[in-house]
Design a binder for this molecule. Structure first.
Ligand SMILES: [Zn+2]
Length: 257
């Protein structure tokens, strides 16, 4: 899979950077590699980088190129197919692109990947609950996935292959959704969590489904599951035999001892 990159720290030698979103401006700089029609080590007086389009405007001494792109193979960028599938998973969970104006969703992406997609300048907003969460979901089409991953032109087939090979997704009309999962009932969810003694995060792709919250609540109530907050996400542990409730008198005795 070939991906766009606008990681200016990797593409240019420069000390003059006005980082912003969607536009980052570089002052005088030199390219570290061939970009657009310019060879490596070209001097530019100005470079405008747009995170929304993943394109650049390059001002060389006597020439200007608009809509220039730089690309990198996914494996060279240290991204495995599962890393990309995870990004699609979070896109489907959000229901909107991280490039939607006003989006403040947090992302588990590594810093290098955020720079590659021009999302690093949004980091200051992370941790604020995204107000787009309650908005209608955007259909997650193949084009929307390709856009979110920053996939280069002509790679739509590669995106489709990635989605199918991951086993996590299914196509519903022309939109992609999470595949119905292993854990549709209290028993299957409990059996799944029990197989993972270190716990299962509630956002694990394999347990997602419309009933998840209800199933977790029921199992917690029955004392068969414990949910602990861990880094902002509930981590689920199965209890066997079921956890016994301790009444207040026993708790008081324990505290006195
Ligand atoms: Zn958002």
């Amino acid at each position: 899979m070939i991906l766009h990159t606008i990681d200016h720290a990797a593409l240019f030698h420069t000390t003059t950077v006005a980082a912003g979103y969607p536009e980052t401006v570089l002052g005088p700089c030199r390219s570290t590699r061939a970009i657009g029609r310019f060879p490596a080590d070209t001097a530019f007086s100005l470079v405008l980088i747009n995170a929304a389009s993943l394109r650049m405007t390059l001002h060389a001494e006597d020439d200007v190129e608009r809509d220039a792109v730089a690309t990198v193979p996914a494996d060279e960028a240290g991204l495995s197919p599962q890393d990309l599938a995870d990004e699609v998973f979070f896109l489907i969970m959000r229901g909107h692109s991280m490039h939607t104006p006003g989006c403040t969703c947090a992302t588990p992406m590594r810093p290098a990947r955020r720079r590659q997609l021009g999302l690093a300048a949004r980091a200051a907003h992370q941790g604020v609950t995204c107000r787009l969460g309650g908005s209608p979901r955007q259909p997650i089409t193949l084009d929307a996935v390709a856009r979110e991953l920053g996939v280069a032109a002509g790679q739509v087939q590669a995106v489709q292959t990635l989605l199918q090979a991951s086993g996590q997704f299914q196509c519903d009309g022309d939109a992609w959704a999470l595949r119905p999962v292993l854990c549709q009932t209290e028993e299957t969810l409990w059996a799944f969590v029990r197989k993972h003694p270190l716990g299962v995060f509630e956002d694990n792709a394999l347990i997602q489904g419309p009933q998840l919250q209800r199933l977790v609540a029921r199992l917690v109530q029955q004392g068969r599951l414990v949910a602990r907050q861990d880094g902002g996400v509930a981590r689920l542990f199965a209890c066997q035999p079921p956890l016994l409730r301790v009444d207040s008198e026993v708790q008081a005795l324990w505290r006195r001892s």
